[in-house]
Write a protein that binds this ligand. Structure first.
Ligand code: ZN
Length: 203
């Protein structure tokens, strides 16, 4: 235990600890946020706490594509004008937003909720892969677009999916090259991402 922890009162130490568990937030940022909230108006803190709880209570995953939704099906799955013969597979719900912003794609999605990363203990069974294969078998799908992040884990995940999808007789495509490698789809600029989706190639 660090010496200063004895002089930080328990509720403060506890909030710092909880905030430190969030991605991209180290102990320094967690402390800064905690002391900001300590000085903030009661109403602002209440609003933050309520927003966190409401998000957890009301938002869940779409029963078909695992995008986030407040209904049983997400707005994209509910939209019968979307092209039902195409499924674009992405790692995270934020990737759906990134691709939607490009307006280059009008099919459906499937969110894996991560990528294969054995070093982090994330294997096939932790992702929504079996659910994807079940959809390809039961829905009128003729193309699956593998829009993983352009990095090592994304490549590994796409390779594994390709191996599973080929025996199902579906066309498997990937966005054209040109996305900055090593990055995340969600940070790609809409124009680049849009033309990568447009120029997708069969594997
Ligand atoms: Zn959905």
């Amino acid at each position: 235990m660090r010496p200063e922890s004895a002089i930080i009162v328990e509720p403060v130490a506890r909030l710092i600890e909880e905030l430190s568990k969030l991605p991209g937030i180290g102990p320094k940022t967690a402390s800064r946020l905690t002391f900001f909230l300590l000085r903030a108006e009661e109403g602002q803190v209440q609003a933050l706490a309520q927003a966190l709880l409401a998000m957890k209570e009301q938002v869940h995953f779409c029963s078909r594509c695992f995008n986030i939704t407040v209904a049983a099906l997400c707005p994209i799955c509910q939209d019968t004008n979307r092209d039902q013969s195409k499924i674009c597979v992405v790692e995270e719900p934020l990737d759906v937003l990134a691709i939607e912003r490009t307006a280059a794609y009008r099919g459906l999605y499937h969110v894996l909720h991560g990528h294969i990363a054995p070093l982090e203990g994330i294997y096939r069974e932790h992702l929504k892969i079996d659910e994807l294969l079940a959809r390809v078998r039961s829905e009128p799908v003729d193309e699956v677009v593998l829009a993983m992040n352009p990095n090592t884990e994304g490549e590994a995940t796409a390779f594994l999916l390709l191996r599973d999808l080929v025996p199902l007789g579906v066309r498997v495509t990937r966005p054209a090259r040109g996305l900055p490698t090593g990055g995340d789809l969600e940070w790609a600029d809409p124009e680049t991402l849009g033309s990568a989706i447009h120029g997708r190639r069969e594997l």
